[in-house]
Design a binder for this molecule. Structure first.
Ligand code: HEC
Length: 208
């Protein structure tokens, strides 16, 4: 009898906590949905989390080893290269794509036009990374990419890593804070090849 009581106690406490969590989660979902009103040019598909994002949210970006391995495996399968397999494109085009803050923005203030939403016109990389030393409006969420090609070189393995990292950061770092730029269609594979060239080319201001 004593043993049954002891076993029962944790469940008594656990049940209301689980209910409170579910109620809070439902409230958060409702608040998020209300923050992004549907309308012209609003692509709300991103509000639905895929399995990777669900795990990362649940674990607050701190997945268990097993969950992290499952994410890396799943995301590696999503990798796509440009047709023809050329991973290094035009650095000048890449420079514009790196800086442009448009592409898949949602919100009421200045949503992108529908045709710019996907595969659109910018990677918004400066929001999180420094690159060209002349650009002062650079974020610090991600590591500085200034001198990237000078430091890493331009060998095939670096080109491939850089392209694939940009295409899908979660194929390398489970629950990375970097958006899955190619996988989510923010930039097309050819555009990612251009951005890769911008980071690696010795001609690029990133490496001057
Ligand atoms: C919301 C913030 C955010 C945005 C936007 C973002 N990144 Fe990142 N990026 C990160 C973070 C955080 C890391 C480090 C964690 C990791 O490696 O996943 C990272 C890592 C990287 C790396 C690997 C660096 C290394 O030393 O190996 C590259 C390359 C990169 N980002 C390029 C880009 C490019 C190009 C864009 C735009 C198309 C971009 N990032 C947009 C946050 C961001």
């Amino acid at each position: 009898m004593k043993r049954t009581l002891i076993l029962a106690v944790p469940f008594l406490f656990a049940a209301p906590a689980v209910q409170a969590d579910a109620a809070l989660a439902a409230l958060v979902d409702k608040a998020i949905a209300a923050s992004f009103p549907a309308g012209e040019g609003q692509d709300l598909s991103r509000l639905v989390q895929d399995d990777t994002l669900k795990t990362c949210s649940q674990m607050r970006n701190n997945p268990t080893e097993k969950q992290a391995a499952a994410i890396l495996e799943r995301e590696a399968k999503n990798m796509k290269h440009p047709e023809g397999g050329k991973l290094l494109g035009d650095w000048k085009k890449g420079e514009k794509l790196f800086a442009a803050g448009f592409g898949m923005r949602i919100g009421a203030i200045e949503p992108d036009k529908a045709d710019k939403q996907k595969g659109g016109n910018g990677g918004n990389c400066y929001a999180c990374h420094a690159a060209d030393p002349k650009e002062v409006a650079a974020g610090t969420v991600g590591p500085s990419l200034t001198g990237y090609g000078k430091l890493r070189g331009g060998g095939d393995d670096i080109v491939k890593y850089t392209y694939e990292k940009i295409y899908n950061a979660q194929a390398f770092t489970a629950c990375s804070n970097m958006p899955r730029i190619g996988h989510n269609g923010i930039l097309k594979p050819e555009q990612i090849a251009d951005v890769t060239a911008y980071l690696i080319s010795p001609e690029s201001p990133v490496n001057k």
